[in-house]
Design a protein around this ligand. Structure first.
Ligand SMILES: NC(=O)C1=CN([C@@H]2O[C@H](COP(=O)(O)OP(=O)(O)OC[C@H]3O[C@@H](n4cnc5c(N)ncnc54)[C@H](OP(=O)(O)O)[C@@H]3O)[C@@H](O)[C@H]2O)C=CC1
Ligand SMILES: N[C@@H](CC(=O)OP(=O)(O)O)C(=O)O
Length: 342
């Protein structure tokens, strides 16, 4: 026996990946409903590569009673409107939006890092999926923290345009094409030209001069991994379609060599270490597209601090940063709590 599963935001970047991953991983599904806004009602979408077509329903008119799990990727405004309704109807919401992540009654889960925290989901019947940049970073940090206790992390991100939804990808494509044919490259979704450029600004500005994306990396890392870890982040949008990269500098309590860190990362869940000191002996975002792993390269000692390491971390932001992590949470929920499937 399987689950009755809902994917909300199924026409978007993340929703489509959710469907691909549910199909790829053969998630036990008895019935699947795909939802989006009124704009997409009646559209047909593929259930991964199964050959099955699914008709999109308007979330406004959908009755969640009797459904087991809803994977939400409709943004915070949509989640605010619909997540409490689904949760109250008994359908557990796994939400990709930032809205509930810091709610103390909502577990914020990366299954490789804090699976046991999922047990608190019954308070609101909502489980939050972290920010894409946080998710891949904590997968890399967790095994190193277990080995040598992390004190402080300094991270700079290189975030692809798919993190800004379909509109972000369209803007990079159109601007690149326009520039090639000598036309204007007007910014719409982004604040400045993104084609052939980088923008040190993701999400809104806060009073202290940081951005909300940077703040999310700080507070979410604390909630998922350890409140004692200090994090400072600079989040940058780059002209890459899919795949977020991060340059991470870590200061540890205890001594840890690069060789030791590499041997730990080689065995760590969700991590793929690709680190050869030669041309191309590292992973770039294009190579991580469509993959599950968080790739780590360029692990080296930082001699400017006691017990310091630097590394390069790349992952598919639509997968580990969103859809894959959400499906892994659903699998974890099934194993630990719902226990419906054989
Ligand atoms: N965990 C993470 O780090 C990440 C989280 N996300 C979250 O997932 C959300 C979706 O991202 P993404 O797929 O990239 O965005 P897209 O713009 O590609 O897609 C948005 C989807 O949400 C639907 N939608 C938007 N508003 C509503 C609404 N009020 N009611 C019902 N459906 C709605 C759209 O439906 P329609 O096609 O009908 O307009 C579409 O299916 C983000 O807003 C963010 O909250 C995204 C990336 C990473
Ligand atoms: N902000 C991320 C994607 C996203 O939607 O994040 P969040 O769910 O934390 O708002 C990016 O632009 O790459």
């Amino acid at each position: 026996m399987g689950y009755r599963v809902v994917v909300a935001g199924a026409t978007g970047n993340v929703g489509r990946e959710m469907l691909n991953i549910l199909a790829e991983r053969e998630f036990p599904i008895d019935e699947l409903a795909v939802l989006a806004s009124a704009r997409s009602q009646g559209d047909e979408i593929d259930f991964g590569e199964t050959g099955k077509k699914l008709k999109v329903q308007n979330i406004e008119h959908f009755d969640p009673t009797g459904w087991d799990i809803a994977l939400f990727a409709i943004g915070s405004e949509g989640s605010k409107l619909y997540a409490p309704k689904f949760a109250a109807a008994g359908c557990t919401v796994i939400d990709n939006a930032s809205l509930y992540r810091m709610d103390p009654d909502v577990p914020l889960i990366v299954p490789e890092v804090n699976p046991e925290a999922i047990d608190g989901y019954t308070k609101r019947n909502i489980i939050a999926n972290p920010n894409c940049s946080t998710a891949q970073m904590v997968v890399a940090l967790k095994p190193l923290h277990d080995a040598a206790k992390i004190k402080r992390v300094v991270v700079a991100t290189y975030q692809s345009v798919s993190g800004a939804g379909k509109a972000g990808m369209d803007e990079l494509f159109e601007q690149s094409r326009n520039i090639f044919v000598g036309d204007q490259a007007e910014p719409k979704k982004f604040t400045k030209q993104i084609a052939f450029n980088v923008i040190p600004h993701i999400d809104s500005f806060l009073d202290d001069g940081s951005t909300k994306e940077e703040w999310k990396m700080v507070v979410e890392t604390k909630k998922i991994l350890d409140p004692k870890i200090k994090v400072t982040a600079t989040c940058v949008r780059v002209p890459v379609f899919v795949g977020h990269s991060e340059a991470i500098n870590i200061e540890f309590e205890d001594e840890i060599s690069a060789a030791k860190a590499k041997s730990i990362l080689r065995e760590a869940p969700g991590v793929m270490l690709v680190d050869k000191h030669e041309d191309g002996g590292y992973v770039t975002p294009i190579e991580c597209v469509g993959e599950y792993a968080t790739y780590i390269s360029r692990v080296r000692e930082d001699s400017t601090v006691d017990n310091g390491l630097s590394l390069w971390c790349v992952s598919d932001n639509l997968r580990k940063g969103a859809a894959l992590n959400a499906v892994q949470i659903a699998e974890l929920l099934g194993r630990r709590h719902l226990k419906k499937a054989a």
